[in-house]
Design a protein around this ligand. Structure first.
Ligand code: GLY
Length: 266
């Protein structure tokens, strides 16, 4: 089968170990395979995020941090340059929150939260899971070392897609929602590129980070220069990483260690 054009980057989150880039490699490969199978780029990118959610070493899906009450809540989002956006927030009980976000993008809604998101995911036949630690075992929010949202961005020569999934901030109040499901905060995709951020969600959303990064892409800077500029918006105390893909190429970086992989298929 002829290899289809694809530029893809996946990351395991700001603060994830560089030694865990075998997982982000697998995610890139999953995106490539799904794209080869004509499943659509949004589906292919979601498949990459499923691999990261199932890995267990990143703060998403199976590996998610617990909240202060010991429970796990998920935020996830997808966006493409064709005008699709879907997200879930503070959703409990599903193995692959990115699939719920993708399903939301196919409805008249943009974001579903909490019990309503879980009911919707159940109605879609998505696989349930139980992720719960001992109550009270969540870490102190103020000393939480990392947030580690996972993400993937891709371009097939026509469409740009960005996707994110996270367990949120370790030890945070239940119901806390970060940047991931907020359009233009954690992710953005338009006709010139796609951006996926990771790190301190409060800081990322207050800087409208993904949209401002996308505006730099529109201005025409080099991918690496744009990544460097976005990183410069964050003090070193605020974990931050970003991956992006443009018509000129792709780049990624972080002010922490970060597992990430990129591949260009001609
Ligand atoms: N960046 C993910 C979060 O703060 O929830």
């Amino acid at each position: 089968m002829k290899t289809k054009k694809l530029s893809v980057i996946a990351h395991g989150g700001a603060g994830s170990s560089n030694e865990h880039s075998d997982g982000t490699e697998k995610a890139v490969q999953a995106c490539y395979e799904a794209n080869q199978n004509n499943s659509g780029l949004l589906h292919a990118v979601a498949q990459a995020v499923v691999v990261l959610e199932d890995d267990g070493r990143y703060n998403a899906g199976k590996g998610s941090h617990a909240r202060e009450n010991g429970k796990v809540e998920h935020d996830a989002a997808v966006m493409d340059s064709e005008g699709r956006f879907g997200a879930v927030a503070a959703m409990e009980g599903f193995k692959n929150p990115i699939q719920a976000a993708k399903a939301v993008s196919e409805t008249k809604y943009q974001i579903l939260a909490g019990d309503g998101a879980a009911k919707f995911a159940g109605d879609q036949g998505l696989e349930p899971t139980q992720l719960q630690t001992v109550p009270g075992s969540g870490k102190d929010f103020s000393t939480s070392p990392t947030t580690d949202t996972v993400g993937c961005v891709a371009f097939d020569g026509t469409t740009f897609v960005a996707a994110l999934s996270t367990g949120g901030m370790a030890g945070a109040h239940y119901g806390r929602v970060g940047d991931v499901p907020i359009i233009g905060s954690g992710l953005y995709a338009g006709s010139d590129g796609a951006v996926a951020a990771t790190g301190d969600g409060e800081s990322i959303m207050m800087k409208i980070t993904a949209y401002r990064t996308y505006k730099l892409i529109e201005k025409g800077g080099s991918p690496q220069a744009i990544v460097d500029e976005a990183i410069s918006w964050f003090p070193l105390t605020d974990a931050f990483g970003v991956i992006l893909v443009t018509r000129k190429g792709s780049a990624g970086g972080s002010n922490r260690s970060m597992a990430w992989s990129s591949r260009e298929y001609a």
